[in-house]
Design a protein around this ligand. Structure first.
Ligand SMILES: [Zn+2]
Length: 431
């Protein structure tokens, strides 16, 4: 396979049973368009200089070969396989230190997330472990994690901070995300989530709480923007976290600094997060377990992508977001892992794609659009990844099946035979 790692070489992936091109425009898809996979049967895809150069019927490819119009240096037989865009994980917290395996038994014996959080566990336990880690320790732990996630099919990631909750530790987390991009070569968008939880030292009084929120607005966000460390800001706007008024203050500060917004919204109730996301035209509102018709309409009107995180529902034993209602309301949907140390440490977005069907009731085609093109669109990357069209990056998967629906039918099985990023096979990278 070493002959396939030279990105300057022209590579043809030939005669796939199906290629899901997701052909269409760059806008996030909603309603009936969420089922549009641009499916070609018996098809071939040509990669040149790391990008998709051509995709079409295999018969047309062989005619072009015969006419000398195409001359790939390498031909890679994909007979009987499916080729589809690599997955885009649009909501992760994958830079953290340590673990919270000890909470498993507590939770499985009945303690819920909010109880563990109120007892000083949960997020605050990860904050203690992350603050204590050096940048290098944090980088090494996160690199192992993201490499495993890539072997499960995702090549593009959104990464949030939020386990520092003070200036230096938030910057450290975001610098690690930046190193995963610049040194390790992952495609990454990063998000400052300093408003993830109230840290221990700010829990004594209302004044201390207000001072922490003020510090996010006047110190942490400006420093993050000053170093160019984030593309987005996020706030955990929910019961037990930040109120709508507090979230609004942080969001306004972020917008003034030129950051776009993604929001943790309506996970525990109708707590104002979805309304705020619509009011401020956030790129994404995430979780959305509790949504009224009015809230869905507001998200649609504001062009907000609804990012569903069914892995978290599974792990926490919570209800699933209603994917069908969102499709019917015409809200574009993305699906992501929410990979984090507490409420959902699942790393396998391909499996979460299956959960989006069984839990949120998306169809397999809708779940594929939600984990590829729509996720890319929510991250401003629709011209780079999420579809297989000439000019886009050759980030793709080869699936060991002749029917894409097996990703859901056999969810969790090792069906992903190959992961390609920028025209290179990456699924065999050392962990
Ligand atoms: Zn999250």
């Amino acid at each position: 396979m070493t002959d396939m790692t030279d990105t300057t070489e022209t590579i043809a992936l030939t005669n796939a049973a199906q290629i899901l091109t997701l052909g269409g425009d760059r806008a996030a898809r909603a309603g009936a368009a969420m089922s549009e996979l641009g499916l070609l049967e018996h098809a071939t895809l040509v990669i040149e200089a790391g990008r998709v150069a051509w995709v079409g019927p295999h018969a047309e490819f062989t005619a072009k070969l015969a006419a000398g119009e195409l001359a790939p240096g390498v031909t890679h037989d994909c007979t009987g396989a499916v080729i589809m865009p690599a997955l885009v994980d649009a909501h992760t917290h994958l830079v953290w230190a340590g673990h919270r395996r000890d909470e498993l038994e507590l939770r499985l014996r009945g303690a819920d997330y909010e109880q563990i959080f109120a007892a000083g566990g949960g997020i605050l336990s990860s904050v203690r472990q992350t603050r204590a880690a050096s940048e290098q320790q944090l980088y090494e732990q996160s690199l192992r994690r993201i490499t495993r996630m890539r072997s499960c099919g995702a090549t593009t990631f959104e990464i949030k901070s939020g386990y520092g909750l003070d200036l230096e530790s938030e910057l450290r987390q975001l610098r690690v995300a930046r190193r995963l991009r610049d040194e390790a070569g992952f495609r990454i968008k990063s998000t400052c989530l300093a408003a993830h939880a109230i840290p221990e030292e700010a829990r004594g009084s209302d004044d201390a709480r207000a001072a922490f929120i003020n510090r996010i607005c006047t110190e942490i966000l400006p420093a993050v923007v000053g170093e160019g460390l984030a593309d987005y800001a996020d706030v955990f706007c929910d019961r037990g976290a930040f109120t709508k008024a507090e979230a609004s203050k942080v969001c306004e500060a972020a917008l003034r600094l030129g950051l776009e917004l993604r929001l943790h919204a309506n996970e525990f109730g109708h707590t104002g997060g979805a309304e705020l996301a619509a009011q401020l035209r956030a790129r994404s509102a995430d979780h959305l377990l509790h949504l009224s018709d009015e809230e869905r309409a507001a998200l649609r009107e504001a062009g907000v992508v609804a990012t569903l995180l069914p892995g978290t529902s599974l792990v926490l034993g919570k209800p699933y977001a209603d994917g069908r209602a969102l499709v019917e309301a015409g809200v574009p949907i993305a699906v992501a892992t929410d990979c984090n140390p507490g409420s959902c440490a699942l790393e396998n977005l391909a499996m979460v794609l299956g959960l989006a069907c069984y839990g949120c009731k998306l169809t397999p085609a809708e779940a594929i659009v939600a984990t590829t093109h729509n996720a890319a669109a929510s991250l401003g990357l629709a011209d780079e990844v999420g579809r297989l069209a000439p000019g886009l990056s050759a980030d793709l998967l080869v699936i060991a099946s002749d029917d894409y629906r097996d990703l859901v039918y056999h969810a969790g099985s090792p069906l992903i035979r190959e992961v390609w990023s920028r025209g290179q096979r990456v699924d065999r990278a050392p962990a």
